[in-house]
Write a protein that binds this ligand. Structure first.
Ligand SMILES: [Zn+2]
Length: 506
């Protein structure tokens, strides 16, 4: 009989620690809802002690997202654990995930604790967590560089103190598949209590082996894999959820395990995370990259046309990519548009649908053929918008290679309209300066990127900006067939988030 592997998603915790990523609680909730649709077993929603924002995000998710276990991370001390317990309290199935480092190097230089002290702290932490919730996960940070003898002692003590999940992290991404698989095997052999609990692994991708290490662990008895959508995470990231899942599904002949995941939601989840995090997926990325199912060479195309399995080991439909290449246009009706949205996995209420249809019609006036990619961008832009305190009313720019660029903008802030102008180094810089002036917000642009959503001269441009204000990072996104407008909208969106963060919003 196939054994069951649980998928523990840490996009909102480890993934959110990716350099350049910052998600607000509204965005985290959107991602958590999508993860529930994907049917992950566990959502690690955040690190509640880290900040009030983190605490609130975990609490909101615990209150609103049903289905998966909701976990909160805590170091092995009472303060962290009490805070995590408070945050996950309302969840249908709450879990506290507590951790302490176990490698000689971490114990000596980071914790400045002896192994005995670490062992005692671990036991106390698990007991404390257990006083709040039934489900307690214990992690030995940097396990892959720890002494096996000590790991055995530590895990045995944690299980006897009440841990229900034991996590073995390759925190620094140092292990190789053979080594890591054998570590899992050894621990299972030497710690008899391991049979009573779930065995989890958490692999980092510093040497590009996170997925391979996780799969090796499965072959040696691991029953839970920690991973993140699009492989987000500290440094080079975590094991990519979509890769782990599709490897286990596609090679069921080899791994012989069952998953709860509804793979048809993979593509949409990946897209949502990339949009909200502002981290694009590379085109040649396995499973979710734009080229993952594209066949370029004539020989391959010919093969796939006569029999898909010649070059395709899995279908685009299995991850929720529609092979529907039909385009919509000016004459497409509301019904056809609604049908298409449904097929793409979007559930909009009547009011949202009306709004989306209006924008679709506007776009159809400017762009002849509207593809799934355009619709996806439009809808996400609309659904994911936080309440807008600042609205761009109009902008006008003038520039050229012989003149100084100038921009005039008019924004509505709450009830009042403000108009400002500025010069700048190019039309976008001028627009941004004028916007800052009009909104009276002092911030720094740290990143700007633009790409086209679909092909063709009339393609929509998607701009993502990252701005820094008071040491905090805010991501904004804008969409338009006019790149200066897309740029202005992205900046306005990011400025909105700075206000929203100050407690003016939800
Ligand atoms: Zn990690």
């Amino acid at each position: 009989m196939a054994s069951k592997i649980e998928i523990f998603d840490t996009t909102l915790r480890d993934g959110e620690q990716s350099p350049g990523v910052s998600l607000n609680s509204y965005e985290k909730l959107e991602i958590a809802k999508q993860l529930a649709k994907l049917q992950v077993d566990v959502i690690e929603a955040g690190f509640p002690i880290a900040s009030n924002g983190d605490f609130n995000a975990v609490k909101t998710i615990a209150e609103n997202v049903k289905g998966p276990v909701i976990a909160g991370l805590a170091r092995a001390n009472f303060k962290d654990i009490d805070r995590a317990a408070e945050a996950v309290k309302a969840a249908e199935r709450p879990r506290i995930h507590t951790f302490i480092a176990s490698s000689p190097i971490h114990m000596k230089y980071k914790l400045k604790m002896t192994p005995e002290q670490v062992l005692e702290a671990a036991v106390e932490a698990v007991k404390r967590a257990k006083s709040y919730v039934e489900d307690v996960e214990f992690s030995a940070e940097d396990a892959s560089r720890s002494e096996v003898e000590f790991l055995c002692k530590l895990f045995s003590a944690a299980i006897n103190a009440g841990a229900t999940v034991i996590n073995i992290p390759d925190t620094v991404g140092y292990a190789t598949p053979e080594e890591f698989g054998s570590l899992v095997k050894t621990l299972r052999e030497r710690v008899p209590e391991m049979d009573k609990v779930k065995i989890s692994v958490h692999c980092h991708n510093d040497l590009g082996m996170a997925v391979a290490n996780s799969l090796a662990a499965v072959q040696n008895g691991a029953t839970q894999i920690e991973c993140a959508v699009n492989g987000l995470g500290e440094r080079a990231g975590n094991a990519a959820l979509e890769e782990v899942v599709m490897a286990l599904v596609t090679r069921k002949d080899l791994y012989n395990v069952d998953l709860n995941i509804d793979t048809k939601h993979i593509y949409r989840t990946s897209k949502l995370v990339s949009t909200l995090s502002g981290i694009y997926v590379q085109p040649n990325k396995a499973i979710v990259g734009a080229n993952a199912f594209a066949h370029e060479s004539g020989i391959h195309q010919h093969g796939v046309l006569s029999e898909k399995s010649t070059y395709e080991i899995m279908t685009p439909e299995s991850i929720g990519l529609s092979s529907n290449r039909l385009v919509l246009g000016k004459l497409s009706g509301r019904h056809a548009f609604a049908q298409r949205l449904k097929k793409m996995g979007y559930e909009l209420d009547d009011e949202e649908l009306n709004k989306a249809f209006e924008r679709f019609k506007d776009l159809a006036d400017k762009k002849k053929e509207i593809t799934d990619k355009d619709i996806e961008a439009l809808v996400e832009d609309q659904v994911l918008k936080i309440p807008q305190l600042i609205v761009l009313e109009y902008f006008q720019t003038s520039s050229g290679n012989q003149t100084i660029s100038t921009a005039t903008v008019k924004v509505k802030i709450g009830e009042k309209s403000v108009e400002e102008a500025s010069t700048g180094d190019g039309p976008i810089d001028a627009t941004y300066r004028a916007l800052e002036r009009a909104c009276n917000i002092d911030c720094k642009l740290v990143d700007y990127s633009i790409k086209s959503v679909s092909g063709g001269k009339d393609a929509m441009g998607e701009v993502i900006v990252k701005i820094e204000k008071d040491g905090k990072l805010f991501t904004g996104r804008g969409l338009s067939t006019d790149i200066i407008e897309a740029s202005a909208l992205a900046y306005t969106n990011a400025l909105n988030k700075t206000l929203w963060n100050n407690g003016n919003g939800r």
